[in-house]
Design a protein around this ligand. Sequence first.
Ligand code: IDP
Ligand code: MG
Length: 161
Amino acid sequence: MYHERDRETLIVIKPDAVRGSDSDVVSRFEDVGMKIMGMKMVRRGSAARGHYSEHVDKEFYDRLVEYMKQGPVVAMALEGVNAVENCRKIIGDTNPKDANPSTIRGRYGHMSFAHADGSDSTHQNLVHASATPEEAEKEVGIWFEDDELHDYRIGSEEHVR
Ligand code: IDP
Ligand code: MG
């Protein structure tokens, strides 16, 4: 595993995207040459709690955890150049309503904070991606054991080292 800054990130395909859009989500990251170091489907509310600990005091926290427990999720540890920055660009704005249609959240969703907060709905936005390299390191550790992360070479590494 690389330890260079911003070389790894954590993606979680949330329950709404697992129901039909998961292969598209995975291919969006593979299409740009990111490498999947680890990937697994899990149903683990406790991990969702630790994962979102920075939001524990927010009004929407309980609904956020409820959302993450609505079905299985797929966690992926990805490696690549500026992994965090590139993956945040690919997933788009937190609010699908505001996300560019070329991003995952903008293409596969249209949820808004106003709707979620005003209707007791969960705020479904398909995918999580770590927001900083520090968050990425913490989150890869929450979701993966060391022996679940794999070192191998993919085709794009012949061009992007
Ligand atoms: P991020 O997922 O783009 O990093 P965060 O601010 O870290 O966004 O929020 C975590 C998740 O919590 C979001 O993906 C979204 O589903 C939910 N969320 C954030 N802000 C609100 C809100 O104001 N109302 C309802 N849900 C929210
Ligand atoms: Mg976040």
